[in-house]
Design a protein around this ligand. Structure first.
Ligand code: 9WN
Length: 401
């Protein structure tokens, strides 16, 4: 499947729905490819880094094919002096790349490759700390940066965004039914935010940001990535401040932990129980996170199986009034975030729950196929079929011993 979605330069997330290289998709794809074709995994990482901006940001989409059937494409994003030659979007996405490089390097050490990629990744992480980290929490300026576009965590912040000066085209509904995608109101807000950011060359003053949420999910991924980067740099004999930066984020996450809710709470977001608030143990904060996650994964009213046994955890708690089992990041099961949970639980030594979740994921994929996401009541595959990160994560789980 990954070979089927491979253009030679990059792997499409889905063959028709997503005709570009997405940032965290590339990292997941590399994690799958490392088991079967490490050279291709390295190539995927290099391709993504070819989109790096002069200030260090690695964008959320690299449009290697300029003429893409995707909206908003390169013409809508526009260009700034910071952009490289290849067109890109103007925002970023969860920085899973250093973790992918660390996993790849542990299986297939390649000092020459490390030498090539550590410095650009370090520059990207430093960009986060310069532009986005405030009191130990990384802020996002567009919901697409979270990777969880229409998560109810962002409802309040999105509702405050003004009308879009850019026309709202819904090419995303050509191949996928509208009840599985964000609403028109969501899209109008996405484009309105894009227009505001573009008007400021994507680097406006904090006070002018049309949308600004301190995202605990992205913070946790960055926190873990910084720790991985620090280890890689130490092994390669390269200086970095990544260990200290990871510690800053770990402390930020510890303050974001809400013991009453049992989740991490965003800064300026809505307090809704979602996988975005559950995953951040990945950043290893000092709190009761692992116990609460185990309990939530067992509770059918929260994130446990609430219908078909292998279709869990939903992206939003079943008991939430925002839960919708089919609509994008508002309730379906996502295999990539499940993978993050499995790996985070394994890191704190929890084989039992992680093993059960892993089994459920593999069963769901075996029975339904490689979908972008799944209905969390009956397991039906939704969104784009033949989805790359679902295949990549499956390869990685199958190699678990
Ligand atoms: C907007 C590619 C991407 C993922 C995101 C997912 C979705 C794009 C879209 O697809 O977002 O970036 O058009 O809906 O939300 O996590 O990286 O798979």
């Amino acid at each position: 499947m990954l070979r089927g979605n491979d253009t030679g330069t990059y792997i499409r997330p889905g063959p028709r729905q997503y005709p570009g290289q997405w940032n965290w998709d590339a990292a997941f794809n590399a994690i799958g490819l490392m088991h079967v074709d490490p050279a291709r995994a390295r190539h995927e990482i290099r391709s993504l880094l070819s989109g790096q901006w002069a200030d260090g940001m690695v964008p959320h989409i690299v449009f290697h094919d300029r003429d893409v059937a995707y909206y908003p494409g390169p013409a809508v994003w526009g260009s700034t002096p910071q952009m490289p030659e290849v067109p890109t979007s103007g925002i970023t996405q969860p920085p899973l790349l250093a973790t992918a490089v660390a996993l790849l390097h542990s299986l297939h050490p390649d000092p020459v490759f490390l030498d090539e990629v550590l410095e650009p990744i370090d520059r990207w992480h430093r960009w986060f700390h310069r532009e986005r980290v405030n009191s130990g929490v990384a802020h996002i300026v567009h919901p697409w940066e979270s990777g969880m576009d229409n998560s109810p965590r962002f409802d309040g912040a999105l509702a405050a965004v003004g009308p879009s000066p850019i026309p709202v085209e819904r090419r995303d509904r050509v191949h996928v039914s509208s009840d599985q995608r964000p609403t028109d109101a969501d899209y109008a807000a996405y484009l309105s935010i894009l227009a505001g950011l573009r008007a400021d060359g994507y680097r406006g003053a904090v006070a002018r940001r049309p949308f600004d949420v301190g995202d605990v999910f992205l913070t946790a991924i960055l926190c873990k990535a910084e720790a991985d980067l620090a280890r890689l740099c130490a092994a390669a004999g390269k200086p970095t401040d990544a260990g200290r930066r990871s510690e800053v984020l770990r402390k930020g996450l510890a303050t974001a932990w809400d013991d009453a809710c049992g989740i991490f709470i965003d800064v300026g977001g809505d307090v809704v129980p979602t996988t975005g608030g559950l995953v951040p143990g990945w950043g290893r904060p000092p709190c009761a996170w692992a116990d609460r996650l185990r309990a939530a994964l067992d509770d059918p009213a929260a994130f446990g199986p609430g219908g078909r046994a292998d279709a869990y955890p939903p992206s939003v708690a079943r008991s939430s009034d925002r839960f919708d089992p089919r609509r994008y990041w508002r309730g379906p099961v996502w295999i990539n975030t499940n993978w993050l949970m499995v790996r985070a639980l394994q890191a704190v030594g929890d084989g039992g729950v992680a093993a059960r979740l892993r089994e459920a994921m593999l069963r769901l994929v075996a029975e339904e196929g490689f979908w972008e996401y799944y209905d969390s009541t009956n397991g039906e595959g939704l969104g784009s079929g033949t989805f790359s990160w679902t295949a990549a994560v499956t390869i990685d789980l199958l190699h678990d011993s």
